[in-house]
Write a protein that binds this ligand. Sequence first.
Ligand code: ZN
Length: 204
Amino acid sequence: MKIICIGRNYADHALELNNPAPSQPVIFLKPETALLEDDRPFPIPEWSDEIHYEIELVVRIHREGKDIPSHEAHLYYDEVSVGIDFTARDVQSKLKAQNHPWERAKAFDCSAAVGRFLKLEELDRPIGDLHFQLVKNGGIAQDGHTENMLFPVADIIAEISTFMTLKPGDLIFTGTPAGVGPVSSGDLLEGRLEDQLLFRVAIQ
Ligand code: ZN
């Protein structure tokens, strides 16, 4: 499986990092070894002094597809969750300054936390009308709504599948809203989608 991530998909987050809103989706990958599931703790890597949380809606692909038109994208997933795109912001800033790829800052082990998946039919709401929150040590750190995506899920799937075959089990991290910030050892991060708690990750 692969993890495909979308950068700068919410205008308020692009702004907080002084990035322009993109004219097409910003796409990057994380490897399978980045997965952090089942509420396992997140170990802060030794080589970074600034790990940020980014909560994101995560879509799980359940059918193989290539060149998927936007209007058929909904046929390729039936489960969603929330996850954290852990980012070594200090490393990413240096890479950006050198126009280098982001993998060192984004694709490291345990950098893709994902919660329990929910069937969309269970949620009984369209994917473009979902509310999600990151709670840090009991306080709301990020509060997002999928209606504010610059590129909605259907467009993301269409775009990715023009050049990369999507396969069952692939995960798409759909971008983070404003409010990203650093984590410290001892923090507790919780992810909520609508009224459900889907993950709880302790920072080590
Ligand atoms: Zn992200």
